[in-house]
Design a protein around this ligand. Sequence first.
Ligand SMILES: [Zn+2]
Ligand SMILES: [Zn+2]
Length: 92
Amino acid sequence: MVNKRAETGFGPSPGDGAGTDEAKGEGIMASEMLSEPGSEYGPCLDENCGHRDCILTRQMSESICPEYGRRIGYDERFYRSENGYVQALCIE
Ligand SMILES: [Zn+2]
Ligand SMILES: [Zn+2]
């Protein structure tokens, strides 16, 4: 089978996403969420477990959202910002 339709195609294929400049989009931040202690991805229930990841996660959950002064907590979406962690609820 010979394909004779050699398309002298100009016109980019629609799926080609190269060139879309999203560098200046300020709205494109990825939110994060902490898993609750004892859950699959969360820290240990034992607050004195001493695991580095667990300690970091607990510290993040204890950090205070600058918008309303509430803890970031668990199972709440938040963003990283210049002022620390900000709850998604507070800025969306
Ligand atoms: Zn642990
Ligand atoms: Zn907040």
